[in-house]
Design a protein around this ligand. Sequence first.
Ligand code: ADP
Ligand code: MG
Length: 466
Amino acid sequence: MGRWDYSVFWDEVMKQTKSELGDHEFAMWFNIQYDSSAESTILIRVPSSFYKDQLERQYRRYLENKLFDLMGKRIGVDFIVVKPTPSEDQAMRSQDEYIPPEVAARPRASGKESGTKIKEKHSQLRSDYTFENFVIGDNNGFASNAALAISKNPGTSYNPFLIYGGVGLGKTHLMQSIGNRVWQESPKLKVICITAEEFTNEFIQSIHDKTTQNFKNKYRYVDVLLIDDIHFLQNKLGSQEELFHTFNALYDANKQMVFTCDRPVSELKNLSDRLRSRFERGLNVDLQPPNFETRSAILKKKIEAGRISVPDEVIEIIAKNISTNVRDLEAALTKLIAYAELVHREITLEIAQNQLKDVFSQSKHGNVTIDNILRVVADYFKLSYNDLKGKKRTKNIALPRQIAMYIARDITEYSTTELGFEFGGRDHTTVMHACQKIEERLKLDPNLESTIQSIVRAIKDYSSKA
Ligand code: ADP
Ligand code: MG
């Protein structure tokens, strides 16, 4: 790495450009690669002088303005023509799914016929949400394997496939990986990927435009239908009805459906029973927050994909301190890299600790306080807050109190001593004992786990509004 390296900013500019221009225009003009940086310029490789001219005329100012917005200083963009060698060209294409304009302009040929695997990018799928970029870990092993099996034989094994779990745990990524794999491997299959919100809006619009028949045809004749965030359908009875019929048509025709949801289907409210039972019919799997090993592996994968080196000890403190979800993990890493780039320094443990101090302490406690936990647990068991915190030891109070301690130990970073204090001035051994008791019970009582999970969700909900 040279003294100057603005590649992180450049990557961000490319990301924004792509979303602003749309995939088609982006694929047409941005077959370009970061080369190097000098103090006040970035050098970009382009494949021909034709590109160079066009980019200079149409996009240079635009790109420079974007860089200015990001970096707060004027950086020029220069282009250099570097003809890709055939093998590089190939590698680059399969990575970025780039289609040169001359190919994109042709009618779409199936990959097999043209003898290559390069295919136009799917407009609804993010090209980086692939299995290749997804780390299989303790929290998602089963879900990942099911997803891989489905993408090999869509419509045959698990239908529908429903992935649920909290925010930032990889539901969208995993679902889209199925779409991308099918799209690449089976050119003839039609893949649609939308959010439940888009489905709803489009449906309403079609009623308004009197084009519901087109809408129905569009969604009932697909091979793989991916719908993200179906919790959005709560209360939307018209869309539920429409999806119910779509579901039946696809199910009967052995077409694959994949859904994601932020909670188990059983906990969705204002959802028709018949649609609920359809969702529950195939395979429902949950994603959990990743453990330390998986978090480290995810960080390593993200670092591998970039250009900057991050020492192992830094990976370790990030993985240790951010346990909420993968999105937060990524955000911390991005922040650190951007900082190091900006000040032109190698990332060290000290820089990481300083720069991420706030992120770490926020992640530790979030908004979840012991008070919030006590309130939600009391509410759940129809007890009073004071009962739960107080000294009474009757059975109907003792168990909820143990559950509250167990949850507090699980989702906050308080020590048992701190927890004892917060729970009405008890000793830390009381807390440890409570946790052991609940762990034993969890082995015997199959319902307790889901009780605890729904309490935890309620606590997070409550805390995010507090
Ligand atoms: P969700 O849909 O559950 O809210 P996303 O699928 O949007 O979560 O994931 C959040 C971010 O974390 C994305 O950038 C995604 O690529 C990344 N991510 C999640 N799980 C993994 C994983 N196992 N390996 C690599 N990246 C992951
Ligand atoms: Mg999502």
